[in-house]
Design a protein around this ligand. Structure first.
Ligand code: 5GP
Length: 179
């Protein structure tokens, strides 16, 4: 069965993502040896990468989730971050690793660090599947990055356009003219 998707090209394949997720999982396992971090997935975009990453974390850890939004369904940030769903667990004294799909303007990551820091965790780190450093509005450097990309709007592997295409098993550069 053919699935026509509006992309200019495939940017990153499933194999490439899974390879990097394995490397980062290995790195995190070493960096957090003897600890039991809380892995916080940011819904909805991070779930495919989250699943790849955590399968490669070989120390005790727990999962929690948050949902935030800064895009209004289109291809640019609204500039405002909204908290739709908060953590279930108390993170006081815990080591927290946030898992993001993409860091773009840096607004979401900055909001998250400020918010979670008020809850007195022992540490906070952020692991992102993609980093678009050329589009930053607030300086922010992810602790772990799978891939750094140019300033292009991408879909797939959790990333949407109007909530569609999150299921694509690769990351592609969105082509508005083909949709
Ligand atoms: P930031 O707050 O860093 O500007 O953006 C973070 C959020 O914007 C991401 O979690 C993601 O939902 C959305 N976003 C940023 N760039 C892209 C992109 O290229 N494609 C898609 N689908 N979403 C993006």
């Amino acid at each position: 069965m053919e699935y026509n998707v509006p992309i200019k090209r495939v940017l990153i394949s499933q194999e490439q993502i899974q390879k990097r997720a394995a490397e980062l999982g290995e790195q995190i396992s070493k960096d957090y040896a003897g600890k039991a971090p809380v892995i916080v997935g940011i819904l909805r975009g991070s779930i495919l990468f989250f699943a790849d990453l955590v399968r490669n974390i070989k120390i005790d850890c727990s999962f929690d989730f948050m949902s935030l939004s800064s895009y209004n369904g289109g291809t640019s940030s609204s500039g405002k971050v909204r908290l739709n769903l908060d953590l279930r667990e108390d993170i006081k004294g815990k080591d927290v690793i946030i898992v993001e799909d993409i860091v773009d303007t840096g607004l979401t990551a900055n909001y998250l660090f400020n918010l979670l820091n008020t809850r007195q965790p022992s540490s906070i780190a952020l692991c992102t599947m993609l980093d678009k450093p050329s589009n930053r509005e607030i300086p922010f450097k992810p602790t772990y990055t799978a891939f750094t990309i140019e300033n292009e709007f991408v879909i797939g592997y959790g990333l949407d356009y109007n909530e569609i295409y999150r299921n694509l098993p690769f990351i592609g550069v969105f082509d508005e003219s083909k949709k």
